[in-house]
Every structure is written in C-alpha cells, then in structure tokens.
Design a protein around this ligand. Sequence first.
Ligand code: NAI
Ligand code: MG
Length: 484
Amino acid sequence: MAYDFIADRQELLIGGKRVPARSGRTFDTLNPATEEVVARVAEADAEDVDAAVRSARAAFEGEWSSMRAAERGHLMLKLADLIRHAQDELVELESLDSGKPVSAIRRQDIPAVLDTLVYYAGMADKINGQVIPTRGDALTYTVREPLGVVGAIVPWNFPLMIGMWKIAPALACGCTVVLKPAEITPLTALRIGELALEAGIPPGVLNVVPGFGKVAGAALVDHADVDKITFTGSPTVGRQILTGAAGNLKRVTLELGGKSANIIFPDADLDAAVKAAGAGIFFNSGQVCSAGSRIFVHESIHDEIVDRLAARAAAIRMGDPLDAKTGMGPLVSEVQMKRVLGYIDVGVKEGASLVTGGARAGSKGYFVSPTVFAGVRHEMRISQEEIFGPVAAVIPFKDEEDAIRMANGTVYSLAAGVWSGDIGRIHRFVRRLKAGTVWANTFGPTDVRLPWGGARDSGFGREHGDMAIENFTEPKVVWINTGR
Ligand code: NAI
Ligand code: MG
C-alpha cells in the first residue's frame, strides 16, 4: 500500500490541492536502510510557502474558525479513524522514509499519534474563558481565541508523531496550519494531509510544504502573515527561528535537543535500571531528544553496569527496518551517520574506553552499531554535546553532590532520570535536577496529557496537555459596562 502512494508524484498540498512546486523543482527522499530513492518530492520555496500561508489564512478567516468547536472535534475524530484504517500503510511509509523499525512505529508512534489526535479532538469544545469579577458596574470576562496561521516545522526522528503533536492542538484551537516536514522524511506528512481532506477537514486548514529548512522553513519563519512557529529540532536552528520570528513578533515554541542524565545508585533495582538505560539510549537508534545519553553510575557498580549494558547493546537485533523482528534500524541519513561516527572518534581521542560497537555496520545503509563508552569524564565532548545516535556515555560518580553537579552541568535541560530504592533520595533528586521531566525508577515514558519541553538549549515553552491550548490561543478580555 505504501508502494501505491509512493508510485504517485509527490506534490505539495496547498489549499486542498496537490500542486507541483512553482519552480518545478523536486528533491529525492531516500530509504536510509538501502540508500535507494523512495520518492521524488516537490520542493517548496518561498513562493510556494506564501501560497500555502494565503490558503491557510483564507481557511482561517473562512469556515474553520467559525465552525462549531464540537464539529472541529468530530472532524478530528474522523481523521483518527482514517489514520487507524491506514495504519499499515503509514507504518510502512514512515519506515521506508526514515529507517525506523516497523515494530517500533506500530508499538509506539501510531498509538501516540492516535492518542494525541483523540485527546485534542475532545478538547476542541472545552476551551473556556473565565468570568473574572472586577467591579459593580461591569461584567468582565475572558475568551480564548485561536492565534491564526501556525507554521509547524518538524524534524525527522518522529515525523508522524511530532507532526501530530503540533497539528492536533492547533486544529483543536481553531488555527490553520502550514506544515513543513523534514526534507529527509516528508512522506507521511503528505499522506496525513490527504487523509485530513478525506476526513472532511476543509481545504487550506492543513497545508503541507516539503522542502529544505534554509528555504521553505526559513520562508515560513520570515512570513509576515504567520502568527506562530512551533518547532522541534536543533538549537542552532532554534536560534535562527527566534531571529526570523522577530520580524512580525510571531510567537514561538521551541523543543530542542538534550543530553539527558540517567543516574543509577547501587540500591536501585539494577535489572530494571540496566534494561531501561539500554532502551533509553538505543531506542530509535538514539535519535531521541530525551535520549538517556549520559548514564551516571555510582563508582562501586560502574564496571558491573558497563558489562551488562554492553551485553544488552551487543544483543540488539539490527537490520532491515521492514522486518518485524528488527530492534534497531539505521540512522536517518549519511550526514547523521558521519556526525555520530565523528563523535565516536572524538570519544576515543578523549580517552574514554570504547567497550562495544563504535563503527558503521555493513557498507549499505547508514547503520552504526550500538556503542558504549565507559569511564567517561564529565568534561569530555561526548558527555557535553548531543550526539543523537546510539552512543552511551557511562560516567562514574562518587556521591549525590557529584551526581547532581554533573547531571545539571550541560547547556541542556530537557529530561533526567534517577534510580534508587531510597525514597528520600528520589525526592532530593526530583527537587534538584534541572529538567522539564524527571523520571524516577523508570526512563523515557511520555504522555500527551503531561507538559513536555525544556529550558536553556533545550528550548522553551511546553507542548502537550492543556498547556498546548495556550500555545495556539490568545486570551481576549471583554469589559461590558453594565451601569449601576
Ligand atoms: P534541524 O534542526 O536542521 O532540522 C529540523 C527541522 O528544521 C527540519 O524540518 C529542517 O528542514 C528545519 N530547518 C532547518 N533549518 C531551518 C531554518 N533555517 N529555518 C527554518 N527551518 C529550518 O536538524 P538536523 O540538522 O536535521 O539535525 C541536527 C541535529 O539536531 C541532530 O543531530 C540533533 O542533535 C538535533 N535534532 C534534535 C531533534 C529533537 O527532537 N529535539 C530533532 C532533530 C534534530
Ligand atoms: Mg527519507
């Protein structure tokens, strides 16, 4: 089924119509497991982005924002139904385009996409204002109004899921969207755009403009008629977005990277801790913003944990992402593979001890073996910089103070985990860890009901939960003179 979709020409989706780029240009998207071209995709530039923004504006001024909120919710539920029916196709398409294993997409991404959509569909008609009494001669209250046209710029590590994290709350609030998928994984976004039309979501409400970040992404950021940019990606681009957004002072939400600490004390359930530490860094080939890339281990158990983690890493079944038994696929691109291999070289040169992995696997596809470095020191680059690959840095610590100092000692602040059987210690760490999310005796779970985001180089603002409603609406104060 995915093959039927990719056999078609992949055009932009603007105003409910599939259209080629005005320039006529296209680009190829590859399958990172085979390095073969999956599809040739229309390449949006500033003119196409402008057309998409115009159509989003027209849809916003028209049907969408004036439709009953409950009706918007119904259409979103219809979209959820269509996605459920198309899930086999979406799983395959996502896997072909990104190299993610089908088993993981089926188990994690698709359920999260549906959960997000259904959650916000239910919220569409529950966006309330407040009556706030001020004085006797007035009725004063607030209503929450949709912001308008939202530019959603999405990365390649969870194309469907992160896309839906942005689309669903924006639509629930009555905004319209121009979605710019990552240039290496544009296909499922285009399919979701088609399904949205099929669900009866009016043309122009969800536009999809594949293209390059510096061209299509930047055009969306610079556009004077876009009210909000919601972005997930690198801190470098996050900074560029802030600069671009200054033009018309558009609102910005940034979900950037991380270098999350996962701290293991000897009094923890070590079986569970090692299992979660492995999943925390190797899931999605380590291409996760909250990957537990720094595993802090008390010095008394350092060697034991390293051995057990290395055994887990070596046992991961790496291979064809389309095979349901595959546990780990390739990295998403050659650039990402080279970046990760570069960091592995850095780690070796810095004197960390390479315990397992550390090299490309095979010669076709961008596979890098799950890698464990032991005896890593806090100051090393592999402990400070986001690698975004299957590379664990195990760092010994002496005591609580030592662990806290190092855990909080990077430019990032997104998530952190702590493992201990001592409830007092857990609470001390919860209080002192600088992170948007702290996990205790687990690592990695998220839920659309809980706010998600970070601080410093991890960005600002929160997605998910009812916080997302604030991201896509603005309060309006109403003051009615009632006389005396
Ligand atoms: P990136 O930040 O360049 O790409 C993310 C999205 O931003 C893509 O859709 C891209 O087209 C767009 N973009 C790029 N330049 C832009 C610009 N000037 N204006 C507007 N949009 C722009 O990420 P990249 O280069 O693919 O990955 C580099 C590193 O970023 C990774 O190694 C990882 O460390 C981090 N990253 C973090 C993610 C997260 O989940 N927080 C996701 C993807 C990457
Ligand atoms: Mg691709």
